[in-house]
Design a protein around this ligand. Sequence first.
Ligand SMILES: [Ca+2]
Ligand SMILES: [Ca+2]
Length: 239
Amino acid sequence: MNHATSLRPLAGLLLAGIAAWSGLLPAAAAGTGPRGALSVIEVDGVGLGPIPDAPGPACGPPGALLDVTFPVPPFVGRLVDIQVTLGFQPAHVWAGDVTAQLINPAGTIHTLFGRVAATTATACGDGSNLVGPYLFDDDATPASGGFWQAAAAAGNQAPIQLGAYRTTNSGGAGAVNPAPPTSLRATFAGALGTASTTTWTLRLRDHGLGDTGTLAQATLLLYVDETLFRDGFEAAPPP
Ligand SMILES: [Ca+2]
Ligand SMILES: [Ca+2]
């Protein structure tokens, strides 16, 4: 699906939709400030399911990959913004086990979140639960300050608050808590559309034996600026 819309109202509608799926309403919608008319390509993930548990015994070494794919249709224009939504059902009951990465068709990897609160190679991290829906968005301004902060606030028996968050790098050796925000745009924006379908991938891994959960919802949203390509302009735009 590829239709013109403004950026932030769409994100709000999306959150409302996935909130209906979860039976809950988000505490806050995505960030503010429309950036003009953009087209959005919304693609649901293929291959949802349980995240294979880690082999153990200590935390750190990951289990088998769960790769969810997004078949992105051909488009004309330049990619200017990227969002991902994730939902877990049944919940993953130990957030610190899980790493989630988005990979573009060129193989460039951006971590959405990972091994939350783990600051050593073998730490098991935060024991709060992954439920969602979570929208990962460069313009998110979560009340908690960030995904790691929201996990710390939740406690071991409760879900991380649903809503919009910035992405963060994976925990592990050398990580600082809370992890600072990273930028999906810095990693992925600027790519030009292609004439054939391309595949983006969401890669999940579990790094701690015992607790498990299932990815039940994943959507990739690509915001495309088509304006430089209207009226027969076919050269690459300036950087
Ligand atoms: Ca838990
Ligand atoms: Ca596990």
